[in-house]
Ligand binder design. Structure first.
Ligand SMILES: Nc1nc2c(c(=O)[nH]1)N[C@H]1C(S)=C(S)[C@@H](COP(=O)(O)O)O[C@H]1N2
Ligand SMILES: [Mo]
Length: 485
C-alpha cells in the first residue's frame, strides 16, 4: 500500500510540475490556483473575518497552500486507489479532465475549458491532457513492472519510477522557471526602452496621407456603399446594414508607398469591420470577375485582384482603436487590405465593383506600382541622442513585412561587419509590425553607425538594395549615426 501511495504521489508531482510550468510559460491552468479562486469566491463572510484576523494579509497564501495540499491529496489518493487497473484508470482520467474543464475551470473564473486563460481553451485542455497522460504514464510504468514479478524487482521498479518522476519534476520546474524569468525580462525590456512608438498608435498620432486639400466630410446617416459590377445581385448598403454584418476586429499595420527608409509614414491600429468577402457573397460573384475596384467620395479609386479581396483579413472597417473612424482616416468606412501598401486601403469608400480586367487606380495611372506588395522594412527609433561610453543604453525600433510576418531583427554597430540578434516582441497579429530592442553599452567614445535589417518568416532577409519610393516602395537598410562621448 505504501508503495502504491508513493507511486501515486510521484505521478501527482509530475502532473503538478507540468501544470505549474504551463501556468507560467503559456498561461495554462494550475489546478490549485483555480481551486483557491473558487474558495475565495465562495467563502462566507462569517468565516472570512475570523480567518483574516488569524492569518492577516497572508491569508490568501495559507488558503493557496491548503489548496495545494488538497490537490496533492486528491490526485495521490485517486492514483493509489486506481493503481494497476488500466481501463478504470483511463475512465477516471477522462472523467477528471471533464470535471476540470466543465466544473473547476469555469467556477474558478477561467471560463469553459479554460477559454478565459491566456493559453485559451485549446492550450488549457492540451496542457491538462498532457498532464493527465504523464500522470497515468507514471502510474502505469510502475504497475507494469509490479505485475511482472513479485517482491524484489518491486523495489527496483519503484526506485526507477521515483527517479523518473523526480527527474521529470525537476526538469519541468527548471524549464518553467527559466521560461518565466525570460518572459519577465522581456517584459521589463519593453518598459525600459524609452522612445519606441506605441504598438497600437493612438488615432491622433497615426500618420495621414490623402490626395485632398480638404478631405470629404461624410456622415454615417447619408453614406452608403454600392456593391456592383460582375455580381449576380447588385445592392446598396447603409451604415446600419454594414454594422449588422458579423464583425471582425483585427490589428493591421498601414504604410504609405511613399515612405522613405527610416520614415514615419507607418502606423498600426486595431480595426473593426466586415469581411469584404461577406459583402461580396451577399451579391453573388460572377465567374468572370478577377478584380475588385474601390471608389471613394473624393474621386479616388484603387483596385486589387479578387483573389486578394477574398482573403479573411480584407475588411470594410468603421472603427479604429475602438472608436468610430475619424474623418482623416476615412469616416464613416474604409477598406483595410493587409499585405499591400496604404494606397490600396481606400478611405471614404462608396463603391465596390467587380471587373474582369486589371483596373489602374489613382496612383497607378501616375506611375506607382499596381501590385503594391509591402516591402520588408525595419527602422531604428532609439537611441535618439548622444550616448556615453561604458553606460548601458538601448537600441530599438519597429520592423514590418506586410502579411509575410517578421521572424527576426538584427542590428549592426560597425557598419554591417557583424550583426547581433535583437529581441523581437511578438506581433499583435499576422498583419502587424513588431517592436524590436537590444541593450547596448557603447565600449568607447567615437561615432558609431547603427544599421538594422529584418528577416521574414520565410527566411528572406530584408534587401540592402537602395531604392527610392517611386514606383514600388523604398528599400534598403536603415542606418543612424550615434555619437558616443
Ligand atoms: N479615398 C482615398 N483613400 C485613400 C487615399 C486618398 O487620397 N483618398 N490615400 C491613400 C494613401 S496613399 C494612404 S498611404 C492611406 C493612408 O491612410 P491613413 O491616412 O489612414 O494613414 O490611405 C489611402 N487611401
Ligand atoms: Mo500612400
Amino acid at each position: 500500500m505504501l508503495r502504491r501511495i508513493a507511486v501515486a504521489l510521484a505521478a501527482t508531482l509530475v502532473l503538478t510540475a507540468l501544470t505549474l510550468l504551463g501556468r507560467f510559460a503559456w498561461g495554462g491552468p494550475f489546478p490549485p490556483e483555480q481551486m483557491a479562486e473558487i474558495l475565495f469566491a465562495n467563502i462566507p463572510v462569517w468565516a472570512f473575518t475570523p480567518l483574516f484576523r488569524l492569518f492577516g494579509y497572508s491569508s490568501k497564501y495559507w488558503a493557496f497552500a491548503a489548496m495545494v495540499g488538497l490537490h496533492l491529496l486528491l490526485w495521490t489518493g485517486a492514483g493509489a486507489w486506481l493503481h494497476d487497473t488500466g481501463w478504470r484508470m483511463r475512465l477516471a482520467g477522462l472523467a477528471g479532465l471533464l470535471a476540470f474543464a466543465l466544473i473547476l475551470l469555469p467556477l474558478g473564473g477561467a471560463g469553459w475549458f479554460g477559454a478565459g486563460l491566456p493559453a485559451g481553451a485549446v492550450g488549457s485542455v492540451a496542457t491538462l491532457v498532457a498532464a493527465v497522460l504523464l500522470y497515468g504514464g507514471v502510474l502505469a510504468l510502475s504497475s507494469r513492472g509490479g505485475r511482472a514479478t513479485a517482491s524484489a524487482p518491486d523495489r527496483r521498479d519503484f526506485v526507477r519510477t521515483a527517479a523518473f518522476a523526480l527527474t521529470a519534476t525537476w526538469g519541468l520546474t527548471l524549464l518553467g522557471s527559466f521560461w518565466a524569468r525570460a518572459l519577465a525580462a522581456a517584459d521589463d525590456l519593453w518598459r525600459a526602452v524609452v522612445g519606441l512608438p506605441p504598438e497600437i498608435m493612438p488615432v491622433g498620432k497615426f500618420y495621414t496621407v490623402s490626395k485632398n486639400i480638404f478631405d470629404p466630410a461624410l456622415t454615417a446617416a447619408k453614406w452608403s456603399l454600392e456593391v456592383k459590377g460582375l455580381v449576380e445581385r447588385p445592392y446598396r448598403l447603409t451604415y446600419a446594414e454594414l454594422k449588422a454584418f458579423p464583425s471582425v476586429t483585427q490589428s493591421a499595420t498601414l504604410m504609405c508607398i511613399s515612405n522613405e527608409v527610416g520614415g514615419d509614414l507607418i502606423g498600426n491600429a486595431q480595426w473593426k469591420g466586415v469581411r469584404l468577402k461577406d459583402l461580396l457573397a451577399r451579391a453573388g460573384i460572377r465567374p468572370a470577375a478577377v478584380e475588385v475596384i474601390l471608389r471613394a467620395a473624393d474621386g479616388y479609386s484603387d483596385s486589387f485582384p479578387l483573389k486578394k479581396g477574398l482573403e479573411d483579413g480584407v475588411l470594410v472597417v468603421y472603427e479604429m482603436n475602438g472608436a468610430p473612424l475619424v474623418k482623416e482616416h476615412g469616416a464613416p468606412a474604409r477598406v483595410i487590405v493587409p499585405g499591400i501598401y496604404g494606397m490600396k486601403n481606400v478611405k471614404w469608400v462608396t463603391s465596390v465593383e467587380l471587373a474582369d480586367y486589371d483596373y489602374k487606380g489613382y496612383w497607378e495611372v501616375r506611375g506607382w506600382s499596381d501590385e503594391a506588395i509591402y516591402k520588408t522594412m525595419s527602422r531604428i527609433d532609439v537611441p535618439t541622442g548622444p550616448l556615453k561610453a561604458g553606460e548601458g543604453a538601448y537600441m530599438g525600433g519597429v520592423a514590418f513585412a506586410g502579411d509575410r510576418g517578421v521572424r527576426g531583427v538584427e542590428v549592426s554597430v560597425d557598419g554591417g561587419k557583424t550583426w547581433q540578434k535583437a529581441v523581437v516582441k511578438s506581433p499583435l497579429g499576422p498583419f502587424t509590425w513588431v517592436l524590436w530592442a537590444l541593450p547596448w553599452t557603447p565600449p568607447a567614445p567615437g561615432t558609431y553607425t547603427l544599421t538594422v535589417r529584418a528577416t521574414e518568416k520565410n527566411g528572406t532577409v530584408q534587401t540592402a538594395e537602395v531604392r527610392p519610393p517611386l514606383p514600388d516602395g523604398s528599400s534598403g537598410w536603415h542606418s543612424v549615426t550615434v555619437r558616443v562621448g
